[in-house]
Design a protein. Structure first.
Length: 617
């Protein structure tokens, strides 16, 4: 939530800041703003709505300074308005601050500062920060860089409660930005006579591949030539630079109309790279994990904890791990897990899935389990992300940067990696036969080509055609049983997120316990049928909705067992193991949501009210 960018160097800061904001817009797009250090003042320009408004309507090209900070906002405290937009200045206009996160004790701090004579011009929690910095800067009376400016920032952070990634400009220090993070992401890219700051790596990947990933409560003073790191007590320390392998073009649209479409089409590659070289001689290898047969046998419970799409990937894995490994698996929504006092012992393994690795609830849920003695395993798409730094062990999907807010390739890569993990556990535990595991291995290896088959022109036409027929609807239902129910939840989420059509996913057998009351003529019901054993049962449930006038879309690989002419639309997908069928069946649903959103003329990459990385509770 909220994206921040910074630049210190010899070039004009504004185009770099705007470019970074455009790349970070997926983190929030309620308003955008920049602050640039001009000769004798800090110049702030902001506007509501998209970065484009800031860029086109505020004469930002006039700014010539070479040091600046910028922000794109996902509103929490205070409505989207100019005065609530970042950067925020202190009353003296000496300090400018951008902030991602939430200051939980801002009311109390605001009251304190008001008593000291400070005035507030916004409803944000952030505005206390520049004023506190100003307060401590003058209270300490030191005007040097470390003992003055930095100390004012560290003193401020000592009284802040909540989460933050902050950039600070001080009018008295040209070519300098101070940054700090706590529970919100921030990275620094090292250039030649210039340095860059951003909320995530792809935003500034085109400028440098050498990154510093800031830790919680770590401060940095960034100047044109140098970057110095400090703790909260002003002790300086060394930090290793990390080279990032991602290709800068991976964060471009590459000729596709939208990132989402590009990312849907990148799925064969994402799956291939996630499988990588893990299979060798019919053994699935996770050399980075230290698990032994004894440890896995000692487990009484595995929790899989995540939010949104990542949680849906966990549901698919539960089915597989329970069947292959005979260990009970519970899938939890992170925001629930962290407050429900889950039963955690040293015989519990907690797996956390997060594409970004920065989701606040997932990180908090991980910290909780770790404190209670469980081993924690993170699955993320971002190397060095917060969750991977907190967890005991980490493994990665290799989907490349995912920019569209609605997750697509991250989901299929997560399901793939979890399937590999399931095989790895089952091998160690010897709870499944070698034959069964090699059938599953072959199914996984075939997935990249099978996904490419689902993405063929002919299917795209079918799905575009369905979208044209149903895009004006108000409500839709997704039905499935077993693993098809798990993927129905993801299909329904995709549709809601980008088309704004109300949709619900139901276990097909549960339909008659309530939701069938909503089925009437014209309502579209999308069903997934990929498990032969369950096909006749789901077919009966579809019949029940047809009888009540529903329009039906069926996604299946079980053509032999259904009457293809009985439904309004049928989309076929290749046959595969039912453990991994969601990796194929989700794709028509991703595309259908995409085409429906396009028919409605919506911005598929940046759906209203949503953000890609939810770094607040
Ligand atoms: C947001 C995104 C979703 C994502 C969820 C979890 O809601 O819009 O696409 O699934 O966060 O994100 P994570 O990065 O933890 O997987």
């Amino acid at each position: 939530m909220c994206g921040i960018v910074g630049y210190v160097g010899e070039k004009k800061a504004t185009p770099i800041l705007i470019n970074g904001l455009l790349r970070l817009e997926y983190r929030g797009y309620d308003s955008a703003g920049i602050a640039v250090l001009e000769k004798d003042h800090i110049d702030v320009r902001k506007d509501i709505g998209r970065v484009k408004n800031l860029q086109e309507n505020n004469h930002v090209e006039e700014l010539s300074g070479t040091t600046g900070i910028a922000h794109t906002r996902w509103a929490t405290h205070g409505k989207p308005s100019k005065e609530n937009s970042h950067p925020h200045l202190d009353n003296s206009k000496n300090f400018a601050v951008v902030h991602n996160g939430i200051i939980e004790n801002y009311s109390e701090l605001r009251e304190f500062l008001t008593k000291q004579g400070y005035t507030f011009y916004s409803q944000t929690d952030t505005e206390v920060i520049p004023n506190l910095i100003h307060y401590y800067y003058h209270k300490n009376g030191d005007t040097s860089l470390v003992n003055g400016f930095l100390r004012a920032v560290t003193d401020t952070c000592k009284v802040l409660k909540g989460s933050y990634a902050i950039e600070v400009l001080n009018k008295d220090f040209p070519n300098t930005v101070i940054v700090v993070r706590k529970d919100s992401p921030l990275v620094i890219a090292k250039g030649d006579k210039e340095n860059y700051i951003a909320s995530d790596i792809p935003a500034i990947l085109s400028y440098s591949k050498d990154f510093y990933l800031l830790e919680d409560n770590e401060f940095a003073i960034i100047t044109t030539d140098e970057i110095h790191f400090y703790d909260a007590d002003l002790h300086e320390h060394e930090k290793h630079v990390k080279s990032i392998e991602w290709d800068a073009s991976a964060s471009e649209k590459d000729g596709y109309e939208d990132y989402m479409l590009k990312e849907i089409f990148e799925q064969p590659k994402a799956i291939r790279e996630t499988i990588g070289t893990r299979f060798q001689d019919y053994i699935c290898r996770f050399e980075e994990l230290p698990f032994t047969k004894e440890y896995l046998q000692s487990l009484t419970q595995i929790y899989i904890v995540a939010c949104g799409t990542a949680m849906h990937a966990g549901l698919v894995a539960k089915n597989m791990i329970e069947k292959l490994c005979h260990i009970p698996v519970t899938v939890d929504i992170a925001s629930e897990f962290r407050y429900r006092n889950p039963l955690i012992t040293s015989h519990t393994l907690c797996i956390y899935i997060s594409q970004s690795g920065e989701t606040a609830d997932t990180i908090a849920a991980l910290k909780l389990a770790k404190a209670q003695g469980a081993k924690t395993l993170a699955i993320s798409n971002v190397i060095g992300s917060s969750i991977t730094r907190e967890a005991d062990y980490s493994i990665y999907t290799h989907a490349g940067p995912e920019i569209a807010v609605a997750s697509t390739k991250a989901y299929t890569a997560q399901v793939t990696l979890l399937s590999l993990l399931g095989i790895y556990f089952a091998q160690l535990l010897e709870t499944s036969t070698k034959e069964d595991l090699s059938v599953l291995q072959n199914a996984i290896l075939a997935l990249p080509n099978q996904i490419a088959e689902v993405l063929k022109e002919e299917n795209l036409h079918i799905l575009q055609n369905i979208a044209k027929k149903i895009y004006q609807e108000k409500d839709m239902f997704f039905l499935g049983r077993g693993v098809d129910y798990c993927v129905a939840l993801e299909g329904s989420l995709k549709l809601k997120e980008i088309s704004y059509i109300h949709s619900e996913a139901y276990a097909a057998g549960e339909l008659k316990h309530g939701p069938i009351a909503l089925i009437e003529s014209g309502v579209t019901v999308i069903s997934i049928l990929t498990d032969k054993a369950l096909t006749p049962k789901t077919v009966s449930n579809i019949q029940e909705v047809i009888t009540r006038g529903a329009k039906t879309v069926v996604i299946t690989n079980d053509e032999e067992n259904i009457d293809m002419n009985h439904y309004d639309f049928v989309v076929t997908i290749p046959k595969t193991s039912s453990y991994v069928s969601p990796i194929l069946s989700v794709i028509p649903m991703q595309l259908l949501s995409y085409y429906i959103a396009k028919e409605k003329g919506l911005d598929v990459d940046k759906p209203r009210n949503l953000a890609k990385s939810v770094t607040v509770e």
